[in-house]
Ligand binder design. Structure first.
Ligand code: SDX
Length: 392
């Protein structure tokens, strides 16, 4: 029952670790956070409570939740000096590049006050990251559109505060739309943690050397950015836009089957889920609700629904066990909510910061934990003598 890394003695190089945080059954399509099924958390919990659950292992009492929310809320501002980091980027820099840079820079601000061997300082670092990541994310967007940064407002919910920092402007009154607030909170819950995926493993590996937690989370953000991982929600929406109309779907299905074509259906397939991604099921229902409530009649959604229908009935995809994953619907909802596609993966990183920091904390607090050191199977040249350049 530890968070330690254990490596196969041989060369199979399967790095694995033990963890008490998240359980996935890829065949049954099960996902639990600390034993609670994601469907129940999506239905009955909220993101702040899920953050507490991931960090501490139990659902909070009313008092514990109120204290946690107060502590997070009162750490949402970032140091004014950090605002200067944004001006170093081009306005059209991808916001994920900005996130890697600014979150990494937090290490410079808090390095001296973060002794990871001190439980209190570990807690402070964890709270600071969960609290500040929405502010940093919203500022990356505001910088890209040339609008003024919006400061956090302490009487708003975590999701509501983020929406206000994203979409409000000084010139107008901004009221948080409760439908968007609920959908945002749900999207954060569904993306919070997911066992030892690529970016979480990156955070654990970086953290196993004793690196500053802010730097470790920056490493996780960098890994998540890839289109095979968290970048898939942006890639999926770009794919739906490229398909454009329902009659062009067969052309893309054929490409996805063509072994000589590197094209893959973005938002489909998963290394672990060989059944429906349970998050996709919840997300699908939310997509319908948000589009209906907002009166959005998005042709992309029609393309998405038809693509899903065709793929689910196609023997190739059934045989390969390719189902829509969490990223298939999230892009459609986020677009309906007004987010630009390049912000989709930023939102994924925002939510996953809670899971990353919970996994980092679990690993650091494991007394048997050692530095991660994946092994390899050497397939290079056999031993040979140096050849001087004149003899080559
Ligand atoms: C996330 O690990 C996590 O938990 C990640 C994540 C999280 O919460 O952290 O769940 C978030 O990253 C979700 C996945 C988002 N990525 C995408 O939607 C990108 C498109 N999907 C693929 O790139 C792919 O499905 C992966 C990367 C997700 C998984 O790739 P694998 O491990 O190679 O998939 P597989 O081994 O199960 O593939 C089986 C077969 C392969 O063909 P063969 O080599 O057996 O002939 O299916 C093919 C794959 O080539 N295949 C696809 C496909 N995905 C897999 N063919 C067409 N389109 C696809 N999307």
């Amino acid at each position: 029952e530890t968070g330690m890394f254990t490596f196969d003695p041989g060369f199979t190089s399967t790095a694995s670790c033990e963890s008490r945080i998240t359980y996935i059954d890829g065949d049954e399509g099960e996902l639990w956070y600390r034993g609670y099924p994601i469907e129940q958390l999506a239905e009955q919990s909220d993101f702040m409570e899920v953050c507490y659950l991931l960090l501490f292992g139990e659902l909070p009492t009313k008092a514990e939740k109120a204290k946690f929310e107060w502590d997070i809320t009162h750490h949402t501002m970032i140091h004014e000096q950090l605002h200067k980091f944004y001006s170093g980027f081009r306005r059209d820099a991808h916001p994920m590049a900005v996130m890697v840079g600014v979150v990494g820079a937090l290490a410079a601000f808090y390095h001296d006050s973060t002794d990871i061997n001190d439980p209190h300082q570990r807690m402070v670092a964890s709270y600071r990251l969960i609290a500040k990541i929405p502010t940093i994310a919203a500022m990356a967007y505001k910088y890209s559109v040339g609008q003024p940064f919006v400061y956090p407002q302490n009487d708003l919910s975590y999701a509501g505060n983020f929406l206000k920092m994203m979409f409000s402007v000084p010139a107008e009154e901004y009221k948080v739309n409760p439908i968007l607030e609920e959908a945002m909170d749900l999207i954060f819950i569904l993306h919070a943690d997911h066992e030892q995926n690529a970016s979480t493993s990156t955070v654990r590996l970086a953290g196993s050397s004793g690196a500053n937690p802010f730097a470790c989370i920056a490493a996780g953000i960098a890994c998540l950015w890839g289109p095979a991982h968290g970048g898939a929600n942006e890639a999926c929406l770009n794919m739906l836009q490229e398909i454009g109309t329902v009659d062009r779907i067969p052309e893309f299905i054929a490409r996805a089957k063509d072994k000589n074509d590197p094209f893959r259906l973005m938002g489909f397939g998963h290394r672990v889920y060989k059944n429906f991604d349970p998050r996709a099921k919840v997300m699908r229902a939310t997509a319908h609700k948000v589009l209906k409530e907002l009166g959005v009649n998005d042709p992309l959604f029609d393309v998405a629904m038809e693509l899903e229908k065709i793929a689910l009935e196609d023997p190739y995809f059934i045989d390969k066990k390719l189902y829509p994953n969490v990223d298939f619907y999230s892009g459609i909802i986020l677009k309906a909510m007004g987010f630009p596609t390049e912000m989709f993966t930023v939102l994924f990183a925002l939510a996953r910061t809670s899971g990353w920091i919970a996994q980092w904390k679990e690993m650091i607090e494991d007394p048997t934990q050692r530095i991660g050191r994946p092994r390899q199977l050497y397939t290079g040249a056999t031993k040979r003598d140096y050849v001087p350049v004149d003899n080559r």
